[in-house]
Design a protein around this ligand. Sequence first.
Ligand code: PBG
Length: 324
Amino acid sequence: MDLLKRPRRNRLSPAIRDLVQETRLHSSDFVIPFFVLSGSNRKEAIPSMPGIYRFSKDLIIKEIEAVVKQGVLAIALFPVIPEEEKDLAASGAFLENSLIPLTILEIKKHFPHLFIICDVALDPYTSHGHDGIIDSSGNILNDETVEALERQALILASKGADAVAPSDMMDGRIKSIRRRLDQESFINTNIISYAAKYASSLYSPFRDALCSSPKFGDKKSYQMNPANVREALLEAKLDVEEGADILLIKPASIYLDVIYRVKQETDLPIAAYHVSGEYAMVMSAHEKGYLDASKVFYETLLSIKRAGADMIFTYGFNCIAPFL
Ligand code: PBG
């Protein structure tokens, strides 16, 4: 054949393939989520997330040590709150010496340089499992919820959280949280905004982990319609104006177009959350022998980075760590 251009030349050996590789994964790309239990020496399996556990804070230290040794720089904390401690006002979210504040202090003692990201949302603490304060008809009240989120964020910042990550999708919460943190001198606490969080069916294993499934209705009046991408740009731009430091898109692997568009059209770093359902689907196929979870996660996380994510929250880190 008379071919001037033969793209296969750049794929013929491992060396040339590596030399022309455009996107690479590093341990420092990842944020590792942890589900925190009260008490000590507790480790509970989460059946819908094979390989992932809820840990009490003493055991989390050992888990963190392992990932830090592999070069991980950041973790995210999510509390598992017993049913009897939940209420309509999400009171548990505003307690000074409660599970997450104490866990932050303990982790900082052992790993002062680890970047700790704390979720700001009421759903682990509300008796109904929604991310907001509700009225008597079950409507989520935006402004009352934002006020509660400010208080929650302030406690987390005061205990040493490096970043607060509002995952609730209320309007105006970034501006209010930023103002409140600044008023109280927490000018260096980073805000990672879940700017485009979709009302996805892929969060159910996470809700199993936290026992936080909504007791009525769904989250569609605050989380976004999976059909929309222009709305994600609107949300992202508002969060930029309101003072976010990092924009997060969630879920990740079936929303690569959203990651790409938000990356192109804004200037902030982009985080993506490879969520519990994205993890569970691959793990269950792996357990059946249909595919190799490590390879699928590697490819998926690479795609998420290629689309524009600067950092990725994932439960799949341990599966891909040997290949980094
Ligand atoms: C809480 C929150 C959720 C997730 C992260 N923060 C659940 C939800 O919104 O219902 C999901 C993460 C995952 O599925 O891994 N607001």
